[in-house]
Design a protein around this ligand. Structure first.
Ligand SMILES: Nc1nc2c(c(=O)[nH]1)N[C@H]1C(S)=C(S)[C@@H](COP(=O)(O)O)O[C@H]1N2
Ligand SMILES: [Mo]
Length: 329
């Protein structure tokens, strides 16, 4: 079969999906339904009709399967459907590889093997992780999170990875550490960047930062995979930040360095345009961006015109107030 498939249950409106049918793993889904007395052939046929196919070019960019990773059900209570991977993995922001959403072909130039992630600064145990450490030294889990870009588009994706606080436990920041910065891969030889206008002189590398308390929050996550496989390069292979209560730009991709500091680090978008991209950048419908109202958002859908996509109200902290509200009270 030339096409890969996204799991059929993701095409069901949330109201129709049973808890069992929310598994991403198709084999597991079929097993469940066979157990319930529904034939697996019928399931496959029904599934095909509802799937959004991934074209062969895009399919080649997907990572290797991460088997035996359990979904953490604590984050399953979503108010919207999971975004088909065909959309999420072909509509990306990754300025190192261009200024459009269609950077996935360019991003394939990102060299990810070997990879080193250095943890440094105000920590008791400075550590360098190599590529396999990232998938082997931490217990991986799947978390389905809402994701919200400051440009007012949004998606829901199943990340695979581990909570950032697991890394905190290994490296042990010293009491002086108040902030932590995350530096993305950059090499001018392989990263053309946007070719137009203001964007020719950007302050590379891409750096993002959090407070230690934010990094220690249960939601803060390092993703090494998405949709059941290791991250495709366009999503920030081999490891990227996921901070679902903040705008997407706070989630740096392809991280090579993590540094613990006493002072607030300079970050990429905040340096370029501080009044558009605050350091904190929590999703908040009441705080308008100078160019976009943040009252509503569009759910990534068919085609490339966001105005064709379903419009939904923006939620404070992207719907994660119960986890993070106390950080900002
Ligand atoms: N290194 C790096 N990380 C980045 C970006 C980028 O341009 N470079 N874009 C950010 C923005 S604005 C968003 S919305 C998300 C997009 O993630 P996705 O393409 O995996 O959906 O990545 C964030 N991380
Ligand atoms: Mo974004």
């Amino acid at each position: 079969m030339p096409f890969l498939h996204v799991p059929p249950s993701w095409q069901l409106p949330a109201s129709q999906a049973t808890p069992e049918a929310t598994y991403w793993n198709r084999r597991r889904l079929i097993k469940t339904m066979v157990g319930a007395g529904i034939g697996s052939i019928a399931v496959s046929l029904g599934a095909c009709a509802r799937e959004k196919t991934i074209d062969p070019g895009l399919a080649k960019t997907l990572g290797r399967p991460l088997n035996n990773v359990q979904r953490n059900p604590a984050f399953d209570n979503l108010d919207r459907d999971i975004t088909p991977q065909a959309y999420a993995s072909s509509y990306n922001n990754f300025y190192e590889f261009g200024g459009t959403k269609n950077i996935w072909p360019n991003a394939q130039d990102l060299p990810t093997d070997p990879w080193q992630l250095e943890v440094t600064g105000l920590v008791k145990n400075p550590t360098t992780y190599d590529r396999d450490d990232l998938t082997q030294q931490f217990d991986l889990e799947e978390r389905v999170y809402r994701f919200r870009c400051v440009e007012a588009w949004a998606m829901v994706v199943p990340w695979i990875g581990f909570p950032m606080k697991r890394l905190l436990e290994q490296v042990e920041p010293t009491p002086e550490a108040k902030y932590v910065s995350f530096t993305s891969f950059y090499d001018s030889e392989v990263c053309p960047g946007p070719a137009w206008g203001f964007a020719r002189n950007l302050p590379w590398p891409y750096v993002e930062a959090l407070t230690i308390e934010e990094m220690a929050n249960e939601l803060a996550f390092f993703a090494v995979g998405i949709y059941g496989r290791t991250l495709p390069k366009q999503h920030g292979a081999p490891i990227r930040m996921v901070v679902p209560w903040k705008y997407g730009f706070k989630g740096g991709k392809s991280i090579v360095k993590i540094e613990f500091t006493a002072q607030q680090p300079a970050t990429y978008w905040n340096t370029i345009s501080p009044n558009e991209y605050g350091f904190e950048a929590n999703v908040n419908p009441e705080v308008p961006h100078p160019r976009w109202s943040q009252q509503t958002e569009r759910l990534l859908g068919e085609g490339t015109n966001p105005f064709d996509w379903e419009k939904v109200p923006t939620r404070l902290y992207n719907g994660y107030e119960e986890y993070v509200g106390s950080l900002y009270a």
